[in-house]
Design a protein around this ligand. Sequence first.
Ligand code: ADP
Ligand code: MG
Length: 395
Amino acid sequence: MLFLQNLDFEGKNIFVRVDFNVPLDEEGNIRDDTRIKAALPTINYLLEQKAKVIIASHLGRPKGKFIPALSLKPVVKRLSEFIPQEVILAPDVIGQEVIKLKKELTENQVLLLENLRFYPEETANDSTFAQLLAQEVDYYVNDAFGACHRAHASVVAITQYVKKSAAGFLVKKEIDYLSKAIHSPQKPYTAILGGVKVSDKIPVIENLLKKTDAILIGGAMAYTFFKAQGFEVGRSLVEEDKIDLARLLLDRAQEEKVNFLLPSDHIVAAGADPGAEPKTVDSFPLPSDLMGLDIGPKTVEKYSDILARARTIFWNGPMGVYEIDTFSQGTKKIAEAVANSEALSIVGGGDSVAAVYKSGVSDKISHISTGGGASLEFIANETLPGIEALTEKEK
Ligand code: ADP
Ligand code: MG
């Protein structure tokens, strides 16, 4: 795979795929510009190398239609505040006018294309569309880690129509960290898995079973595993159709000699709302009218103990309903245990990352992935379509 340092960008037109899929409020203001900031090192490097920079991203889900509310206009304004160059918003993604803008681009400007997903060809990984994206482009740079698990035209097909392709700084950093957890984890290696659905995370669990020494389960997911062992879990969320699979995974853990742990106590309440009165229980059956909404203090202690000795930690999925203070303690305490460990620690997943920031220990985590789905898919499959596309070309 090529990286930015491997190419000479001077005077070249560079198509940079970034992830500027920022959250917008009702008036179309950017609520969080983390993703814009994350792409700045690559954009600035290319500009310093005297490249002509053409930036492209998707935003929201326009589903192949030109939706003005999902224009990248708000991004132009914010990006302009971060770089001295003039940011020009193209009126479209492809077409004559865009070609003209690409040709006339100077080193004191950057060109931002409109929302890639205004075209259904983008998500279809259409090769004609990719070819049009690559018009007047010399090299392609992928710095959109959050989109690397998608085989889309601006992520995969486009690499066929440019002279060279390289990974940007953000993509490189993500691959470097996540690869450590896949290929060369220091032992003991502990994974923490939580969140709602077992079904979402099956490939992740299966691959982690081959690599880890311990897997600590929390969140609603735990109750499907408890049910699989015949315990009564009250009104806790259970995926009834995944109980057999959960049993299979428990057997696999035993075969692989992985210490597969479920919570030893629970914070239960009538429902996941701020007014619900929490109770701590440490035995089954759980009260039939209540549901498990967080891990209890005994579980926190046990898990923290294991985390303190870990050398590698991968975490996906909150331990409870962290959005509500009453049920956020388990997740917060586990975040602290991860932060205080000596381990190389990696957190991936949209809610998991939000939970870590909420816990206030984010600066003590080795790597917080910018790609929720992408990081999980990378842990599960050990590669991503967007990463494959960058390597393919060099073969
Ligand atoms: P990520 O986005 O990090 O992959 P998930 O989306 O799988 O994580 O899970 C996050 C969600 O899981 C949160 O909205 C949280 O409220 C919910 N959750 C965690 N534990 C429970 C529980 N015991 N009962 C219900 N929901 C839970
Ligand atoms: Mg989520």
